[in-house]
Design a binder for this molecule. Structure first.
Ligand code: TXE
Length: 480
């Protein structure tokens, strides 16, 4: 069985414990590879290597670092088929999605920040005729990059690319549920000519390897994407050490549909927003609020469109939803379906485990549509992170806004309306970091990305990410 290894100081190495964790294929429920069960010893080695590499890597001209990063992106593009197949097998996402979204985006992330660092600039200020002030933005040292399982290589590169471009050296930990593409990627460091130790990848559980990265005194900052509960724990560990923190956490995103929307497109985009990647994206539109006049028509069309989605083998071209990532996660999602019924909801579609030919033990679940709930029940307040969506009517714009803002999350929101003034009003008043009008997950990597309230701290993307991985220093020169 294939054994994944850590990348530390340019070498692929076994974990100090000698222990491995099982890596399960969610389509079959079977263990198909082994993951290093790393602990603080491996993390200490990785941090030592990253510290040693820091003067070399940060001392290289930005163009040189960019050249190495672009070479890594070339290698992703060269191997995209292998990477897409690995991502699909590891996570359960469809091969179609891995091939068109995850893997192309991974190389795009790297190219974007390789280019960005060459255009990154800082300010200078003349203080009358008395002094000149300028700002140095220098990488702060060793960055801890901790990424989740839902978009594995996509989010892994979204963190390590700006960190490395800025000149930080990295100790990264991919999710223990989906480590395979990060492992394949780890071989590119040497092939692309990256100095040993600039990128270190330590595999293992969050409570052991992840926690050790956050606790290590020589890791100056942490970029984390994952659940809100984990984010809170990381913040609590990091705060007494005053580490820099970027936290991209959960969402419970409203999708608001006004009666004046472009109906066909709205239904199609709403289904996409609810069920892409089995609903396992922090940006998914999981609470749909529909203006009362359109409600019945919308629910009927939404259910019909959902019924066309095919749950099946993620490797098949015709599959729209693969299995959920783990048995435990499916159980959690099913728990919310049961809760929705207890809270008075009605299942308008789905809710069961489908039979998938040849894959009787996969963690499959039907896309599920629930109606009849209030906006404040637990089902509509807590992140489910699966193929479950609720639909509720609203009467007025003010009511839609109240419902939209009624959770502790504030990551993304979608508004469908052809009324431009209303679109602007809603965009200004919804409390979330991203507002999509008449679209969903339409991304420009230059835009600030992140959430308000318990959806996180800080912003990724564009200059925000490069600013995060650098520290500003003011130099003031008194003129004679
Ligand atoms: O994520 P975790 P889990 C949400 C979603 C999901 C819930 C829990 O609702 O059901 O979170 O998912 C590492 N110190 N999202 O438990 O634990 C862990 O190893 C340092 C939303 O799978 O947050 C992994 O690499 N690291 C989300 C990473 O954190 C720790 C995407 C994320 O795992 C750690 C995924 C610790 N103490 C889940 N504990 C999004 N925002 O997109 C765990 N980790």
């Amino acid at each position: 069985m294939e054994k994944i290894l850590n990348l530390i100081g340019g070498q692929h190495v076994l974990p100090a414990s000698g222990r491995f964790l099982d890596n399960v294929d969610p389509s079959t429920g079977e263990v198909y590879s082994l993951i290093p069960d790393s602990d603080q010893r491996d993390v200490a080695d990785a941090v030592t290597a990253a510290r040693a590499a820091f003067p070399v890597w940060s001392g290289m001209a930005a163009e040189k670092r960019a050249a190495v990063l672009n070479k890594m992106a070339d290698l992703i593009d060269r191997d995209w088929k292998v990477l897409a197949a690995a991502e699909s097998r590891d996570n359960g996402k469809t091969l179609k999605l891995a091939s068109t979204l995850d893997i192309p985006r991974a190389s795009a992330n790297i190219r974007f920040f390789a280019s960005g660092i060459q255009h990154f600039a800082s300010e200078a200020h003349l203080t009358g005729s008395e002094a000149v002030n300028y700002t140095i933005r220098a990488p702060w040292g060793v960055a801890g990059c901790i990424s989740p399982w839902n978009l594995p290589l996509y989010l892994f590169t979204w963190k390590i690319a700006p960190a490395l471009a800025a000149g930080c050296t990295v100790v990264a930990k991919p999710s223990e549920l989906t480590p395979m593409t990060a492992y394949l990627f780890s071989h590119y460091a040497e092939e692309a000519g990256m100095p040993a130790g600039a990128l270190n990848i330590v595999h293992g559980s969050g409570s052991s390897a992840g926690q050790a990265i956050v606790e290590h005194p020589d890791v100056a900052g942490i970029s984390f994407t994952g659940g809100t509960v984990t984010g809170r724990k990381i913040a609590a560990t990091a705060a007494p050490m005053f580490k820099k923190l970027s936290l991209e956490l959960g969402g419970k995103n409203p999708n608001i549909v006004f009666a004046d929307c472009d109906f066909e497109k709205t239904v199609q985009q709403s289904v996409r927003a609810a069920f892409t990647n089995q609903g396992e994206i922090c940006l998914c539109g999981s609470r749909i609020f529909v203006e009362a006049a359109l409600y019945e028509k919308f629910v009927a069309a939404f259910v019909q469109e959902t019924s066309r989605l095919r749950v099946g083998n993620p490797a098949d071209d015709s599959t729209d939803l693969g299995p959920l990532v783990t048995a435990a996660h499916r159980q959690k999602v099913e728990g919310y379906i049961a809760l929705a019924l207890e809270e008075g909801g009605t299942i308008a579609f789905g809710g069961r485990r489908p039979q998938v030919d040849g894959l009787p033990n996969g963690f499959f679940l039907e896309p599920t549509v629930i109606t009849g709930l209030s906006h404040h029940c637990r089902t509509n307040q807590e992140e489910i992170f699966g193929p479950v969506v609720t639909i509720m009517p609203f009467q007025t714009e003010a009511e839609a806004l109240e419902y939209a803002n009624s959770t502790t999350y504030g990551l993304a929101a979608t508004v469908f309306t052809e009324n431009l003034s209303r679109a602007h009003r809603m965009a200004a008043q919804i409390r979330s970091g991203i507002i999509w009008i008449n679209c969903w997950l339409y991304r420009d990597l230059r835009t600030p990305f992140g959430g308000m309230k318990q959806s996180g701290v800080g912003r990724e993307g564009g200059w925000e990410a490069l600013r995060f991985f650098t520290e500003a220093k003011n130099v003031c020169i008194k003129l004679p």
